[in-house]
Write a protein that binds this ligand. Sequence first.
Ligand SMILES: Cc1cc2nc3c(=O)[nH]c(=O)nc-3n(C[C@H](O)[C@H](O)[C@H](O)COP(=O)(O)OP(=O)(O)OC[C@H]3O[C@@H](n4cnc5c(N)ncnc54)[C@H](O)[C@@H]3O)c2cc1C
Length: 469
Amino acid sequence: MSDYDVIIVGGGISGLLSALTLSKHGKKVLVLEKDDAVGGNCNSYTVDGFQVDTGPHAITHLREGPLRRLMDEYFTYMPFFVDYGHYYVRTEKGLTKIPSNIKDFVTFDVLPGKDRLMLSQALTKALTQMTFGMLDGDQPVYDYIPKGLSGDTYDFVNAIAYFLSGKSMKDTSVNRVLYGSSFVRDSVSEDIFENVEEASGTSYASMISDKLSKYQLKGHLSSLGRLATNKVSYAQAYPRGGLRSLLKAVLYSMPETVQIKTSSRVNKILTDGEKAVGVTTDSDSYSSDTIVYTGFVKNLPLLVELPPDYIKKLSTIDQTLSLTLWLGLKEKMKEFDYTGSEVWFKGGAYWAMPISNYDASIAPKGKQLVGFTFVIDDKNNIESEKKKALDLIFRAVPGIENKIEMTHYQVTIPEKAAVTINGYFAGTRSPVRNLYLAGTDTDSRSMGVTRAAYSVLELLKAMKEDKIL
Ligand SMILES: Cc1cc2nc3c(=O)[nH]c(=O)nc-3n(C[C@H](O)[C@H](O)[C@H](O)COP(=O)(O)OP(=O)(O)OC[C@H]3O[C@@H](n4cnc5c(N)ncnc54)[C@H](O)[C@@H]3O)c2cc1C
């Protein structure tokens, strides 16, 4: 008899959501986390009185997406979300709202009028082609957009591509932009399964597929409608109390039967024949009927023997390195008097969020906390990247250099796989029986925490199909 029904390797948000859901389905679960705290990329900690998150976070798809479904079904404690606000672009002239739809685009005078016209025509064309199934959504944004745009416009599109996929517009697909900017919504709401009753002579499966195809057409038609009404920040929010309040809600909802061991790096996944049967850490060994691995799938070959062709596929997983620079300001600056986030795109790009505007307790009284994130090249020297980042901020927000009280850097891989044109995603099942995968390198939909939640829904589905649940 095994020690546990399920061992979960990794205590990031994917591992913890897996533990929460599986334990609520009656499984005896052990979570093993290599670091001395759980949370992975979803946490907060204090630096000189300012509570920084592990990167600035917008939690997306909160109305009908995967995290909403998990919260509704499995959470006993709910995080409190504050409406996200808006996305802005900062230029020398100040802030302008990032256009969400064609109407906004017309007045978006950050870019030349001719370029705006050409881009909005390209967007309309892409959505029309998608509606009628004629879009090759895998083609690079760079190939799809019209030629002859100004340098500023290319830099702007590139900055948006980096924000949505972590890579340039040459490696970002048209689909990624359409989905990431909310023109096309990738979460299928539960109501498509409602009221599906088996009618005589009609199979259940065909009724569902009929409903789905109607939904898809309806979905695409409503995407086209969003040309006029889209809101990029649709159903997005920030958890009051900081990112760690989302983590806390998962931990507080966790049944006591779940055991969590930190400072426990799994160095081997044990197999018997073709089946996973347990794991070892530096000091212990545990047996289980099922294992869910939520670390980097790219590293899986270091833990367990795998077929060579699978190892080859894993080597094509694409990743991005990010640098976040948290600045604790002595006093609030009028430049950051908004909720939401801003993008700078001229001569380098950043994405910034003044997170203490959602919750003043995140910064000491009267002060302000802003996080700036940059995509950096892992081949470059990190110290020079940090200096470049700070110089860019000083250029974008004149006067900020005199307001800084706290500076804190984070260098992180935000998602275990970037959604690039040729980047691989591993899916839920591994070639080893009873070894499942969850996390941001197993499902390509959406991003970050939302993607982690998708991966957990897929895990539950696979385990149900395999009669483990
Ligand atoms: C700068 C930045 C900005 C971001 N912005 C957003 C955003 O706006 N919106 C959003 O939703 N998301 C955002 N994210 C991404 C989001 O935080 C992550 O995608 C999510 O937290 C990943 O969760 P995960 O559990 O899949 O992976 P991780 O957080 O990486 O967790 C994996 C865990 O497994 C552990 N582990 C690995 N190997 C082993 C082993 N062998 N043994 C034991 N433990 C192991 C690791 O220590 C880690 O704790 C951002 C991230 C960053 C860094």
